[in-house]
Design a protein around this ligand. Structure first.
Ligand code: SF4
Length: 355
């Protein structure tokens, strides 16, 4: 028996004994598999599971999802982050309905053409739904292969991912691609975890390079670190009676399509004097200015956002003036705000101060 076959057998055998019972594992429906894969990108299973279930309940088929509005989809996605995933999810569903009669392509290349589906997701759907022999390669797979086989290729380099993909395809059991792919990801998630792998109880411990050379902590190799920039937001919460001003966030920035308040962004957190200057610039004189809130912090992959809020109560005539000069703002009641898709930061402020 080839070394690849021995490896695949050991891995699948481990999987049969240790796998978690997750809803998307009991189906070959490409729609549900695709949904689960998009939800789980950059997300832990425990966090993604309720979202997956909510989407399947709300939109049982790709036709239901395609018919929904983008705002509804973003609202259901709220709290999961990386909102471009939700927008791509919706756009992809519409393409599948319009151009493919509601049927997902049944192979890797066909799936790759769809919006939001990269090599990993295409391989996952092709193998789980259609038993196509395409190996998945994600963070779990980098970790497992680099440790077991001592692969020191840099996963942040151009060539590194290609080398791992080629190795994974070489090891893949062509007779059982779905089981192999599920097994290697599950093994990386619960056995060969990033910080505390269970090496003593591992079926590969006698041959695992990293375990036997005491270099678990340095594999996989990743030299380029993500650069995180800091941003400082001061939100001015204009209200007239029980109506609040919000706007939909535009393109080319975080949280596209979600709703937030009037924003002052600067190189540092703003104080009340800056807010007073803004009110003067806007010609708003008869308003009631609240105090600045505590600072809320939100961490994204590339950004760390610090935000404070201040409420400004306006009489109705001043509100009309404001809406004329700032065409992006619109008025919403508290009930309407509850239904709008919002960044978590905004939801937290609303829970603390308004709802
Ligand atoms: S021995 Fe440890 S490092 Fe090696 S594959 Fe098993 S869990 Fe991972």
């Amino acid at each position: 028996m080839s070394n690849s076959k021995v490896f695949a057998n050991q891995l699948i055998n481990w999987y049969e004994h240790h796998k978690r019972d997750l809803p998307w594992r009991n189906t070959t429906d490409p729609y549900k598999i695709w949904l689960s894969e998009i939800v789980l990108q950059q997300t832990r299973v425990a966090q993604g599971l309720p979202y997956y279930e909510a989407f399947v309940n709300q939109y049982p088929t790709v036709f239901d999802l395609a018919e929904a509005s983008e705002t509804e989809v973003l609202r259901l996605w709220q709290g999961l982050g990386y909102y471009s995933r939700a927008r791509n999810l919706h756009a992809c569903a519409q393409t599948v309905v319009k151009d493919y009669n509601g049927k997902f392509p049944e192979n890797f290349e066909g799936l790759l053409k769809l919006k939001g589906i990269g090599r990993y997701t295409a391989a996952a759907i092709a193998s789980f739904a259609f038993e196509q022999p395409n190996a998945v390669v994600d963070g779990n797979v980098y970790r497992v292969l680099s440790r077991i086989f001592g692969m020191e290729n840099d996963i942040s380099s151009t060539n590194g991912p290609k080398i791992f993909e080629s190795k994974a395809n070489e090891l893949l059991d062509p007779a059982r691609p779905s089981s192999f792919n599920q097994a290697i990801m599950e093994f990386g998630a619960i056995q060969c975890s990033p910080k505390s792998p269970s090496c003593v109880l591992c079926p590969f411990s006698s041959t695992c390079f990293a375990y036997n050379h005491n270099c678990i902590d340095v594999l996989p190799v990743k030299t380029k670190k993500v650069k995180v920039s800091k941003r400082y937001f001061t939100y001015v919460v204009f209200r007239a009676g029980d109506l609040f001003c919000l706007k939909e966030r535009g393109k080319k920035d975080v949280w596209q399509g979600l709703y937030d308040f009037h924003l002052l962004e600067a190189k540092e957190i703003q104080d009340i004097e800056n807010v007073i200057s803004l009110l003067n610039e806007l010609g708003l004189r008869n308003c009631e200015l609240g105090t600045l809130s505590k600072i809320y912090e939100h961490v994204l992959t590339h950004q760390r956002i610090f935000a404070n809020f201040v409420e400004v109560k306006l009489p109705h005539d001043q509100m009309e003036q404001l809406l004329k000069i700032t065409d992006q703002l619109s008025l919403y009641s508290i009930e309407q705000i509850r239904e709008l898709p919002k960044p978590v930061l905004i939801s937290k402020y609303l829970e603390d101060h308004i709802f």
